[in-house]
Design a protein around this ligand. Structure first.
Ligand code: NOJ
Length: 682
């Protein structure tokens, strides 16, 4: 990457920072969003308790809500004295290394209130007001020597009216659950994030950004109040911190419609700019892998008669990838240690530098380079993070030495074994571990697809080698889940919930719905739905999950998989309703082509495409849609493919060739969907 691009990429293209003294009346101050629609009111009560409330266009959204922390020794939610405050305005546009769009505007107003506690502790609260939401964090400046033992965070959000929330329970292993909607007064403890439907028709997304060296947050509920619960160490402590330090940002996106919610980039804006000087080796790509065969129980991870990652199979997959334009091949089960994975050698430990004897890594790496394909390494730790950390540097040197740039990591175990003992991966210990892995990988030019992660919080802005993560009930559940597989509705909920926290390795693209070894479980989708997912589920490392031989069964459908990109110039929600359906349009980052993907729940429906998002021009359009008699259960493969040509002038579409009528109405089957390529004519 040249220096010019680097500067644009990692720093602001325009920056306006004005520091202004506060006009506060005693212990109270207002701050508005740049467009003045959101107004935040901060007060310090008579007993020195910090509180904030929020209004949008004059309507109260949040009533006075408590702030602060409880440490081992001090209640930092009351007893403060107001020292000073500053306001600032900020407007910059920065370029993403990869993403759902190339340019992101970071436009907000800032308020910093400086407080002093009766115990002597200094605490600042920094607020940022965006047009589409607000954020705050607690800062403990550099003037206090002792380690602070954080027991609790006391941040709350008191809603003026009861919203409904989409959430998953906080104990959900690896965040792999079906999201459920209920009024918040009926919720128990949930993970962060949650997506809220407000009574006045607005939508909100509550989450945290820039989670560094601090536990992941969760929420618990009482009436219309949402409270914060930090994932503890095994001894009950939330965090050990030494000043200077700050909490992650707590943010609430608040928009009038789902389009606004999907377009909000508050979380990324709250993260630090890119810290990797040369990002040229970080390349978005589609990949295939020796993977689905294991989940279907046709192959094993460990060495044996059904071993998946053999030299021969890997060579065949590399050829298939090269022939069909995939950038990489994932090889799970390439390394020694899987005997402990309900295989024949429970005493084995994972080695991240020792291939199985039937996997010739030297030969395969050479062959992959010849064919222009990356081998994606796999580091399943089985939850033994201590064993992984002991090998970390060598393991990443090993990948680098083969000229490869990607790894999928995994932590399958409810509690993780760290040097500090068994802990939640979402505790401060786990957060530190993931950070260490990301930074080590970056030093060795390796990008990460992190499975069993902590919920993403936008760290990919700072470390764009953290390309994608799991933390989602992904496609694999449709291979082995005892409940028969995820209902069709699931993929119409995820884009508005989990996916707002960042890219997910959902692994779209099942082409063969038969599941001979576990016939009670299957994908609740049609072929057209599986195509639509490639656009709907954003991931810059996008895995087409099925076996190569299955892709060859439907070459016409497979054409879309080979053509669709995974790095975008811009993205738009065209239409959708949480839990019903979604239609996403995205423009390729490297051409003027657009790609549209849609997925549907169990209820067949007709939708209409509004083409006004397209710039004026003439486009060749191909539509892959459910045939009239398609439906996921009995007729999932029935697919119609239609070509036509459109001329767009000032947002109006005119048909110039083809056998369709405008406006274009598309039927989505039960569990169905569609995919469209829109290619501009020269
Ligand atoms: C769970 C991951 O989600 C899956 O993708 C992987 O194949 C297995 N663990 C083994 O690492």
């Amino acid at each position: 990457m040249n220096t010019h691009r680097l500067i644009i990429n990692c720093f602001a293209t325009a920056l306006l920072l004005l520091l202004v003294g506060c006009h506060n009346t005693g212990n109270s101050i207002y701050i508005s969003s740049p467009d003045n629609t959101l107004q935040l009111h901060f007060t310090l009560s008579d007993d020195g308790a910090p509180q904030y409330s929020l209004a949008k266009a004059g309507k109260t959204i949040l009533l006075p809500s408590a702030m602060g922390l409880q440490t081992e020794t001090t209640d930092l939610s009351t007893g403060f004295q107001w020292l000073d405050c500053q306001t600032a305005a900020h407007d910059e546009t920065w370029e993403t290394t990869w993403g759902e769009e190339r340019y992101i505007r970071n436009y907000h107003k800032q308020l910093t209130v400086q407080l002093k506690h009766s115990s002597g502790t200094r605490m600042d609260i920094e607020f940022r007001l965006f047009n589409d939401g607000f954020a705050f964090r607690y800062i403990f400046p550099d003037n206090q020597a002792d380690t602070m033992i954080v027991r609790k965070e006391l941040t709350e959000y008191v809603f003026a009216q009861t919203p409904e929330a989409w959430s998953i329970p906080w104990r959900t292993e690896y965040y792999e659950a079906l999201w459920q909607k209920a009024p918040i007064c009926e919720k128990d403890t949930t993970c962060s994030p949650i997506t809220l439907e407000l009574q006045n028709g607005m939508y909100a997304f509550l989450h945290e950004a820039a989670l560094v060296d601090y536990p992941a947050e969760n929420f618990y509920y009482s009436g219309d109040t949402i409270r914060t619960f930090l994932t503890p160490w095994s001894n009950g402590v939330a965090a050990y911190k030494t000043a200077p330090w700050q909490t992650p940002w707590r943010f609430l996106t608040l928009t009038d419609d789902l389009q606004g919610l999907m377009a909000s980039r508050i979380m990324l804006n709250l993260n630090e700019p890119c810290k990797i000087a040369d990002t040229s080796w970080i390349k978005p790509m589609k990949f295939i892998g020796i993977w689905w065969g294991m989940h279907l129980k046709q192959m094993t991870w460990w060495n044996g008669p059904k071993h998946g990652a053999t030299t021969e199979t890997m060579k065949r997959y590399i050829d298939f990838a090269a022939d069909n334009g995939f950038g990489g091949v994932l090889a799970e089960g390439w390394n020694v240690g899987w005997g402990s994975w309900d295989g024949p050698h429970p005493e084995e430990q994972f080695s991240f530098v020792t291939p199985y004897s039937d996997y010739d890594i030297d030969y395969l790496a050479d062959y992959a380079h010849q064919r222009g394909v990356q081998i994606i390494f796999h580091h399943e730790t089985g939850g033994d993070a201590a064993n992984y950390e002991n090998q970390l540097d060598t393991a990443y040197c090993y990948i680098e030495q083969y000229g490869m740039h990607a790894v999928k990591t995994g932590y399958v175990a409810p509690y993780i074994n760290y040097a500090e003992g068994k802990q939640y991966n979402r505790s401060q210990v786990g957060i530190r571990h993931y950070r260490k892995v990301i930074e080590t990988a970056a030093r060795h030019h390796v990008a990460i697809d992190n499975h069993e992660p902590v919920m993403p919080t936008g760290l990919q802005r700072t470390y764009p080698n953290l390309m994608t993560q799991e933390g989602i009930r992904g496609q694999e559940w449709n291979a082995w889940s005892q409940d028969g597989g995820s209902p069709a509705e699931h993929v119409t909920v995820l884009p508005f919930t989990r996916m707002l926290a960042g890219p997910a390795d959902y692994t779209p693209g099942v082409f063969n719905f038969a599941n001979p070894i576990q016939p009670g479980t299957r994908v609740h989708a049609t072929l057209a739905n599986q195509l639509g997912l490639f656009v709907v589920m954003y991931s810059p490392l996008q895995m087409a999950c099925d076996l190569p031989e299955n892709y060859l069964l439907y070459p016409d459908a497979f054409r879309f998989v080979t053509e669709v990109p995974c790095d975008w110039e811009q993205s738009r929600l065209l239409d959708g309703a949480i839990g019903d359906y979604i239609i996403m349009a995205r423009q390729d980052r490297n051409t003027t082509n657009w790609y549209i993907g849609a997925v549907n729940d169990e209820t067949a429906r007709e939708v209409t495409i509004d083409w006004s998002f397209l710039p004026s021009g003439t486009y060749d359009v191909t539509l892959w849609q459910d045939a009239a008699d398609a439906e996921w259960q009995n007729n999932p493969y029935a697919l119609d493919i239609t070509d036509f040509q459109l001329r767009i002038k000032r947002g109006k579409a005119e048909l110039t060739n083809g056998n369709i009528s405008l406006p274009l109405s598309i039927r989505m089957a039960s569990g169905g969907g569609f995919a469209i390529t829109v290619k501009e004519r020269d």
